[in-house]
Design a protein around this ligand. Sequence first.
Ligand code: NAD
Length: 355
Amino acid sequence: MKEYTVTLIPGDGIGPEITEVAKKVIEATGINIKWEIVNAGEDEYKRSGKLIPEETLKSIEKNKVALKGPITTPVGSGFRSVNVFLRKKFDLYACVRPCKSYGKFGLYSDIDIVVIRENTEDLYSGIEFKSDEEEGKRIIEIASKKGEIKTPSGISLKVISEENSERIIRFAFEYAKKNNRKKVTCVHKANIMKYSDGLFLEVFNRVSKDYPEIEKEDKIVDNMCMQLVKKPHLYDVLVLPNLYGDIISDLCAGLVGGLGLAPGANIGKEIAIFEATHGSAPKYKGMNKVNPFSIILSGKMMLEYLGEKEKAEMIEDAVKEILTEGKVLTYDLGGSAGTKEVGEEIIRKIESRKK
Ligand code: NAD
């Protein structure tokens, strides 16, 4: 049997509990994985003074595949996001977030949308200026020629490049082709941001011509939010710049029952990191309360990525069965089971199918 070595980053808050459960569920499929457990994030910073120790980066670089728990990022001040750093460092340019109904937990029971978010640029480029700093003053001087800027101001640059737009849009069409999807919708605000989102849309229109078998359309992001709430069935694969992708993927998660059912993957040319869409939910840390399905389904995506389709299906089938039965569920889905109990139930289902 093939042996894999996978980097496991437990992360902060609820991260260690849910990754431990996901690890056991993945192992229950019979796959031969050696886990290299390393750390990153707020807790690691408190322990060692380093947000991402060198050993963690080396492990990801070597193994090429990682399963990661959520990592806390302080709002407004403090350190920059470890998540954003990892995506940029390893050029994990495609964030793939499937939002699929497994029973009626959200507003609808038959949604199957895949959000494909550009993961490395846009307003997440981390290029920011304060107006009282030298560089900020220079930027304001240049920008003031285009329109009034009040001071003090904060300036964050929205950067959209042709090259990165093209690779994410191609990724979305290739994903659609490989997974028998019918339509790709480009989401933008090109009517207002003509140079940045305008470029993204222009590249979309050009690249889509290489995929005549796949339907294409574009939607302005505000309209898209309304459409997704009212008529989500009309949508299949969405491709978006970074910020809209971040927001719309949470909206889509809400449509299928919330962040407890929202898996994700950050994929680059050679390296991929799998993680839930949700964050570290610090208020539930150590309480054995939160839903492990998102990280477990991220694990299922990881098995697909490794080419272990059958084992991935074992996990998805077990999740589907539990959600259809509706007996062993965490609080967010109206149940009272704990994180570990849900994990144990999935393992029971996987074992019983093996017999
Ligand atoms: P969050 O996703 O942690 O929580 C939002 C809400 O969803 C909360 O009510 C939470 O209790 C609930 N929730 C989240 N995961 C759940 C689960 N598995 N089961 C049941 N309920 C769940 O978002 P937040 O509160 O905005 O962020 C907390 C921290 O997480 C912040 O520091 C943020 O930066 C970080 N974050 C990290 C990642 C990541 O590592 N990829 C992603 C998003 C947020």
